[in-house]
Design a protein around this ligand. Sequence first.
Ligand code: ATP
Ligand code: MG
Length: 299
Amino acid sequence: MIDKQVLKAVRIKPGENVRLREIDTRWPNGGLKGDLDHYRSLATELLRDNLEQLAQKQELLYADDRHALLIILQAMDAAGKDSTIKHVMSGVNPQGCQVFSFKRPSAEELDHTFLWRCMRALPERGRIGIFNRSYYEDVLVTRVHPQWLEQQQLPDGKRGKRFWRDRYEDINGFERHLARNGTAVLKFYLHLSRDEQKKRFLDRLDEPDKHWKFSLADLAERAHWDDYLDAYDDAIAATSTAWAPWHVIPADHKWACRALVAEIICKTLDGLNLRYPRATEQDRAALAAARRQLTQESR
Ligand code: ATP
Ligand code: MG
């Protein structure tokens, strides 16, 4: 189990000021001292335990059928969103889990409000839904590149502080609606350092099998690093709520990132008070009748 203080440290409290530049990208509160291999093996063991539990909890979520879990992953490029999804969800029944990746919006999507495409992809009751990027892009990438707002066919108006505040408010309202109706919302920002991003980009360039992962567009976005951090600071602070908290997960060590994410997902499912549906008197009578019919079959 990960120390409660560590879990508390990664969770952003409602109204808390956020300064990502001051948050450790290796382990919460600079907690890694000495032998890294030791921590790596502890984290790997913990992840294994949590993955086993996650498979069971997901089955319970499915059977209970009153709740859904929506996991939102946001990060700079190469922070490990894809590999976190791959590892953390590896033990889960694929039928109970849905992953959606949100790229630059299509013409059809631009014809609707920024929440629309994500609403259509929400997990049904009993399922875990993962958003690889999300409606948060509309207060992040569009904030860094405000000219992209022009494609959104919005009514006239200023695009200043007020505009972004309204969007945060819409997001909070939307997530509150989800939470009130049984969808738990968990948000993770995978917090990568600029140096580690550079290292991962260079790895992609060095290894022919990883070339496909490299994109010149990622390099262009890297040039806006500081603007992104500012946008994330504001968005995370404004939208970390009691009903849909943000977690800032150190992502320079992939093993640390995965262990933390898996643990938080397990804890969140535990908090939903899931239970297997109880058969009613009538159900039990029907089951007994079915048993009789089967045992009395002549062939
Ligand atoms: P990977 O690179 O691992 O495949 P990715 O999530 O970075 O995953 P890309 O296809 O590289 O996927 O990039 C998607 C791009 O789409 C990102 O740069 C993101 O900022 C952009 N995007 C997502 N939503 C919006 C939006 N609403 N408006 C404008 N751009 C968006
Ligand atoms: Mg990318």
